[in-house]
Design a protein around this ligand. Structure first.
Ligand SMILES: [Fe+2]
Ligand SMILES: [Fe+2]
Length: 258
């Protein structure tokens, strides 16, 4: 088996410039951290789903412990104030907005485009899919009895994950290196790419099912913070997956099988 592409591919030219998203929400969040003995955990968590996720990642329970003061919650989790401030800054550090839209990738090399796809979209899925599964289990435990559609959504989500994980691996370990090395016959490459396109259609249909059942990720009135975070996360994943598949189906793959 060939080495994973993300370890071996180096950019030929810098990727498009990015600018930091203007974020008054970041300033507000840091003020809440500074006043941590007066701030409830949920006040900070609800500022942005990424903040909440970051708080969870450092051990602060933002769901059941949302009503606690941040200082008390942090002390219970043995987390210092500065660590919370760092976590909040890191949450917003990912909020980079490309200055140019995806059409710029038409002019870039295959190597640059593949690096971008792996670094942005594959990384996003590798990092977030397992987290969403954890949140699903938590939300179904809390709301599954009165919200039957949750189990149905989770069923589609599990199918999405089961399809997406080997799909990403196949691209990173087989197809992307084959596109770059040119060591595969045109006929074989075409066959592999047709297979990937069919998989894209499948995952796209699964996202469509999830979007339909959730009324396009509309957060129910009974939703706890974990459920809000889950629905916001699923919406983001839907958008990202559409951009991701757009770049592969419409720019990378057609060029590879000319
Ligand atoms: Fe991909
Ligand atoms: Fe793909």
């Amino acid at each position: 088996m060939q080495t994973a592409v993300r370890k071996t591919i180096k950019p030929e030219k810098p990727v498009p410039a990015v600018r930091k998203a203007a974020s008054p929400v970041l300033d507000d969040s840091l003020k809440l951290v500074a006043a941590w003995d007066k701030t409830a955990v949920r006040e900070l968590a609800m500022k942005d789903p990424r903040v909440r996720k970051m708080l969870e990642s450092i051990g602060i329970d933002t769901c059941c412990g949302g009503g606690m003061k941040l200082k008390a919650a942090a002390e219970a989790a043995c987390v210092k104030q500065e660590k919370i401030a760092d976590a909040v800054r890191r949450a917003f550090a990912g909020a980079e907005i490309p200055e140019e839209n995806e059409s710029v990738w038409i002019k870039r090399s295959d190597r640059e485009l593949i690096l971008h796809i792996v670094k942005v979209y594959h990384k996003y899925l590798h990092e977030n899919m397992p987290q969403f599964e954890i949140w699903f289990n938590r939300v179904i435990k809390a709301h599954g009895a009165h919200a039957k559609e949750l189990k149905q959504v989770f069923g589609f989500y599990k199918s999405f994950m089961a399809d997406m994980i080997p799909h990403l691996r196949k691209e990173e370990e087989v197809i992307f290196p084959a596109i770059l090395s040119g060591g595969t016959t045109a006929m074989e490459l075409r066959r592999l790419i047709r297979e990937l396109e069919a998989e894209h259609t499948n995952v796209g249909n699964l996202l469509k099912e999830i979007g339909t059942i959730t009324f396009n990720y509309r957060i129910p009135v009974y939703a706890c913070p974990t459920m809000q975070m889950l629905y916001n996360g699923l919406r983001e994943m839907d958008v990202q997956t559409h951009e991701h598949i757009y770049l592969e189906n419409n720019i990378l793959f057609p060029r590879a099988i000319i």
